[in-house]
Design a binder for this molecule. Structure first.
Ligand code: ADP
Ligand code: MG
Length: 759
């Protein structure tokens, strides 16, 4: 039972107040066909809208099933419209971008029926109105009468108790009007139908009750309800909700009708995504290349332990501090400055430390070299003149602990001439990529001022290694170098060593590029010299009696003594150690071993190592990160711009779809559902632009890689990380959703009555 009690409704336009309904009192039977007659502007539509809950009355009460609607919430009205009311409008009000079937299905969607059930219900309703064969057409492919039949089917599909028809035949010719009226009459059998018309003939022919309306008031009622009449309370109100899937499908259909615009919008807002995707793939790719490179080469760069060390963090700190010098302080205070000198750590390399290194698993170490300050007493004879060689022209070849050829040598250097049998007598000449060696060395070998020297002229050159006992003469507790070089050269105790081959760093090997040039000797020779010299008089003298050696004074401390002994070939600790890890993992393990030594040691006794590969990679890594961040920041601006653009486009869409908003609301859609529809639209655009952006970026990576390969010889640098792709698509969706959020809210706030009145 439906009852209007003292209903008033007025519209205010500026200072003018239009009283559309003036104190209307009306009761309806649960089953009757009511025609409301009245001139234009008399308030008929307003009355229907108030009855249908589309418009709110100002005062009075609308009683449904004996209950007041004064306390109705939005959601109650939405449910009421959806399952109690079926609207039929003069202008059909069909949603143009979806099919006839989908139009009819719309109210069932809001009622939350299953997809299968919905389709069945819609087809049944369309069968009833005789449109079974037209269900897949779009509304604009139908005639006026057919469109009104669709509207009737839509009003019927949820089997509502009340049908509200606002001049349903107003736009139709007489013959079609009759057919429509017959249809309404037929469906009206067990329902309350309230039909507005200005055609008295139609009213008389079909209605069971005629109410004449004028100036917002009832003039006449042909069949008012008598006191004794009993009406059942059969009207049902059930909650409605549009699922996200339905909102998406509705918006998807709408976007399908605007393919061009959707594509351009998606493309425009994908530009930021493309930019960021490209930057990420480049930096990602470069990082991967650096990683590979690191694993290949840098990891094999030695861990160096020298007498004077500085750790990486201090080095970085100092480098940063230099950059900050442009900032001036106003404080009237003085602060300590970290200097290189004050931060140098003196490494006391001990026997214990050497043992620790010697005990590291062979599998981890590609090569090992100790720099000893030993006196290499080397003589050479060129052009019949014996000369002393400068020992700095000689350096130790990294080798395995047992003195055999190390992986470091084999992997990074190649023998380009001669042979290397790795006997203690074998020496090698290390040249650079252009086959150059230190001028001084060339001069010492007897080729002063020569433009070029044949390999053959170098290979075969012999040197004599003179042992300490022969090299130094003792006199009254002092030791002097034997200056009779010719005599020394021919001493039987000498070891003859020979240049056997020429080695060069392998191509594109940064590690090889970094080692200088010179003569390389192996560990076997080094061991031989130390073995033979540690028993020499001069070392014994040093070791046991604190002898004066040459011009050196008494030793200040043990440390200095050690050094001197080392210098003279005694068994003291080395001055520097280079450990070449086999690979990246080995490096980590070696470092762990080295760190064990420092555990629990005082600051002074700790031994700091320098990890050259870490120094290089930490530099390259942070530069890459910096550049990446800056570029991404730039591209992000375009993301913000596209987000604003999507907002504007969504707002346009809201304006365009105003009518649709009205229709959906009249069918019982909640405000929330309208927000959902537009959020679904922006979600689709966000998804499209994200996916499009990733696809375009993926395509652009191809020429980018070709260009990079041409410039740097590095193939396939740019690589898009799938995780980044997913994140970017998500960002795109979130940003467009944010951009569209405000317009979607505006849409949901639209007054359904005004929305329906817009064309
Ligand atoms: P009818 O359907 O009988 O032609 P309406 O119910 O549409 O009449 O309108 C009744 C009166 O209220 C009219 O004078 C109309 O101009 C006015 N009116 C209706 N809707 C509005 C509105 N949203 N704002 C202002 N005036 C309105
Ligand atoms: Mg009207």
């Amino acid at each position: 039972m439906l009852e209007l009690k003292n209903i008033k409704k007025s519209y205010k336009t500026g200072s003018f107040i239009q009283h559309a309904l003036k104190n209307v009192n009306l009761k309806f039977r649960t089953e009757e066909f009511v025609a409301i007659l009245g001139p234009s502007g008399s308030g008929k539509t307003t009355l229907l809208n108030v009855i249908g809950g589309l418009d709110k009355y100002d005062s009075g009460d609308l009683i449904i099933n004996g209950k007041s609607t004064k306390k109705f919430k939005e959601s109650n009205w939405d449910s009421y419209r959806n399952n109690c009311i079926g609207f039929i409008f003069q202008s059909y009000n069909l949603i143009s971008h979806i099919s006839v079937l989908e139009n009819v299905e719309m109210s069932t969607i809001l009622s939350g029926y299953s997809k299968k059930r919905r389709k069945k219900m819609a087809i049944e309703a369309l069968e009833k109105v005789g449109l079974k064969d037209h269900i897949h057409k779009k509304p604009n492919q139908l005639s006026g009468g057919q469109m009104q039949r669709v509207a009737i089917a839509r009003a019927l599909v949820n089997n509502p108790d009340i049908i509200l028809a606002d001049e349903p035949t107003g736009a139709l010719d007489t013959k079609t009007s009759k057919q429509i009226m017959d249809l309404i009459k037929e469906i009206a059998k067990d329902k309350l139908v309230i039909m507005v018309t200005h055609n008295p003939d139609l009213a008389k022919e079909y209605a069971t009750r005629i109410i004449e309306f004028k100036d917002g008031e009832i003039q006449n009622d042909s069949s008012p309800i008598k006191e004794e009449e009993n009406q059942s309370d059969k009207f049902k109100i059930k909650k409605t909700a549009m699922s996200y899937a339905s909102a998406i499908s509705l918006s998807f259909n709408n976007l399908k009708t605007k393919k061009g615009r959707t594509f351009i919008t998606s493309f425009a807002s994908s530009i930021g995504i493309i930019g960021i995707a490209l930057i990420l793939s480049l930096s990602n790719g470069f990082k991967m290349k650096i990683d590979e490179f690191e694993k290949d080469t840098l990891s094999q760069m030695p861990i160096i332990i020298t007498e004077q060390g500085m750790d990486l963090s201090t080095m970085k700190e100092m480098a940063n501090d230099k950059d900050n010098l442009k900032e001036y302080t106003n404080k009237k205070k003085v602060y300590p400055l970290k200097t290189v000198e004050s931060n140098i750590h003196i490494n006391k390399i001990t026997k214990e430390y050497i043992d620790l290194i010697e005990n590291i698993d062979d599998k981890l170490i590609g090569g090992l070299s100790y720099a000893r300050m030993t006196s290499l007493n080397i003589l050479t004879k060129t052009n019949n003149e014996v000369k002393m060689m400068d020992s700095t022209l000689f350096s130790a070849l990294p080798s395995n602990k047992d003195g055999s050829d190390s992986a470091v040598m084999n992997d990074n250097f190649e023998l380009i001439y001669g042979e290397n049998s790795n006997k203690k007598e074998d020496l090698l000449i290390l040249v650079d990529s252009k086959n150059r060696i230190n001028e001084k060395l060339l001069e010492a070998l007897g080729y002063k001022d020569k433009k070029e020297v044949k390999f053959d002229d170098l290979v075969g050159i012999e040197f004599k290694i003179v042992l300490n006992n022969d090299y130094y003469n003792e006199n009254n507790g002092f030791f002097f170098i034997n200056t009779d070089f010719n005599d020394l050269y021919n001493n039987d105790n000498n070891l003859t060593v020979t240049i056997k081959g020429i080695v060069r760093g392998k191509k594109d090997n940064i590690f090889a590029e970094m080692s200088g040039t010179g003569i390389l000797y192996n560990k076997k020779l080094m061991d031989y010299i130390i073995d033979n010299n540690k028993e020499s008089n001069i070392v014994k003298a040093q070791n046991e009696k604190d002898y004066n050696v040459l011009t050196m004074s008494q030793f200040e401390n043990d440390d200095e003594k050690d050094k001197t002994i080392a210098f003279l070939g005694g068994e003291a600790v080395p001055a520097a150690i280079q450990i070449y890890p086999k690979d990246f993992d080995s490096k980590d393990k070696i470092i762990k071993e080295l760190d064990k030594y420092n555990k629990g040691k005082s600051k002074e006794d700790k031994i700091i190592y320098m990890d050259q590969s870490e120094i290089m990679t930490s530099l390259s890594g942070s530069i890459m990160d910096g550049i990446t961040v800056v570029l991404i920041a730039f591209s992000s601006i375009s993301l913000v711009v596209s987000s604003i653009m999507v907002g504007i486009i969504t707002y346009t869409s809201v304006l365009e779809r105003t009518k649709e908003i009205g229709i959906l609301r009249s069918l019982g859609a909640r405000k929330k559902d309208i927000t959902r529809v537009f959020n679904a639209e922006t979600l689709i655009i966000g998804l499209c632009s994200g996916v499009l952006g990733i696809i375009i970026a993926r395509i652009l990576i191809i020429p980018t890689n070709i260009i990079i390969e041409n410039l740097s010889k590095l193939p396939n640098v740019a690589k898009l990380n799938p995780v980044h792709a997913v994140i970017l698509i998500t960002i795109s969706i979130i940003l467009t959703l944010i951009g569209g959020a405000l317009p979607a809210r505006i849409a949901s706030k639209k007054d359904p009555v005004i929305a329906l009145r817009t064309e």
